[in-house]
Design a protein around this ligand. Structure first.
Ligand SMILES: [Ca+2]
Ligand SMILES: [Ca+2]
Length: 298
């Protein structure tokens, strides 16, 4: 993700100022035959944001935010996100509410106005996605965080949100395997270190001694593995190293441990693994993750 930053700085420096009035939350962007406006209403019963797109004076698209606290923001000056040579509008829908959520709607501003797709950054939206061209293909790569594990077994603050890079391919936003695949690393003492025997042994020791296993950790709801375990596993899976994620699980899960979920049931390592995989399969990029990991995600 780090290598996106210089390109992002260039992109921001090139961004022209938009006509904007904070007073009435009205924003307008004129581009060739298109006029794009966003506006917010505070009227009771009619509150929310509205996005309107006019093409040659005709209204071709009008869309309200999903809730009354929502707002639309023209995310950036139109660029060709999809790589087909036609500019695209990226309209950010902020749904409103605590911590949540941001959906980026992408529309093609060609002769025929049309919706291209959307990127839902969910709870990961506190960190703005980055739209840049990282490689030689014309479509932009978009970097953000996948929030599939938000609130899973721990609070939002403790939830790992692995970084993803997507691109528009075959009619949809899909993981860019070339950008995602990386040599395996793990996090030790606040820095990324290579996944080698020494570092793995240190991390495994750290995780297996964690008080969460006995329900004595700061975020314990009940005895169970610490979030550090599945955070490290996700880091490995999202870089195409699922086989090593399973190795880490085997190295850290205490032999005698049977976790209790609430007071009702217990689960073994195998059952926990199934729960973890089930949660991972909720990711919008599940199929791409399976491809990235070449049969090791099952
Ligand atoms: Ca395009
Ligand atoms: Ca590209």
């Amino acid at each position: 993700m780090k290598r996106m930053l210089p390109a992002l700085a260039v992109l921001l420096a090139l961004a022209p100022a938009k006509a904007q009035s904070q007073a009435d939350d009205y924003d307008e962007l004129r581009l060739g035959q298109y006029v794009i406006t966003t506006q917010r209403s505070y009227t009771k019963g009619d509150a929310g944001g509205i996005l309107r797109v006019h093409q040659d004076g005709l209204l071709v698209h009008s869309q309200r935010t999903t809730g009354p606290f929502g707002a639309w923001i023209i995310h950036q000056p139109p660029t060709d996100v999809t790589g087909d040579g036609v500019l695209d509008l990226v309209a950010l829908e902020r749904t409103g509410g605590a911590n949540c959520c941001r959906v980026y709607h992408v529309f093609s501003l060609g002769e025929h106005f049309e919706k291209v797709g959307e990127i839902d950054t969910g709870h990961g939206g506190w960190e703005e996605p980055v739209f840049v061209n990282l490689d030689t293909d014309p479509q932009l790569e978009i970097g953000f965080r996948d929030d599939t594990f938000a609130y899973w077994q721990v609070s939002l603050a403790g939830s790992p949100m692995p970084g993803v890079v997507v691109e528009f391919r075959n009619g949809a936003f899909r993981l860019d395997a070339q950008a995602m695949r990386q040599p395996p690393t793990i996090r030790l003492d606040d820095s990324e270190v290579p996944f080698d025997e020494t570092n793995l042994a240190s991390l495994a020791q750290e995780i297996s001694r964690d008080g969460e296993w006995q329900g004595r950790g700061p975020s314990s709801i009940s005895p169970g593995p610490p979030a550090e375990l599945w955070s490290a596993m996700l880091g490995l899976i999202y870089s195409g190293n699922a086989r090593l994620a399973w190795e880490l699980l085997d190295r850290t899960w205490p032999d005698e441990f049977v976790a209790r979920e609430g007071q009702e049931r217990t689960f073994t390592k195998g059952e926990w693994r199934a729960l973890f995989l089930n949660q991972l399969s909720q990711s919008p990029y599940w199929e791409d993750l399976r491809e990235l990991n070449r049969g090791n995600l099952q």
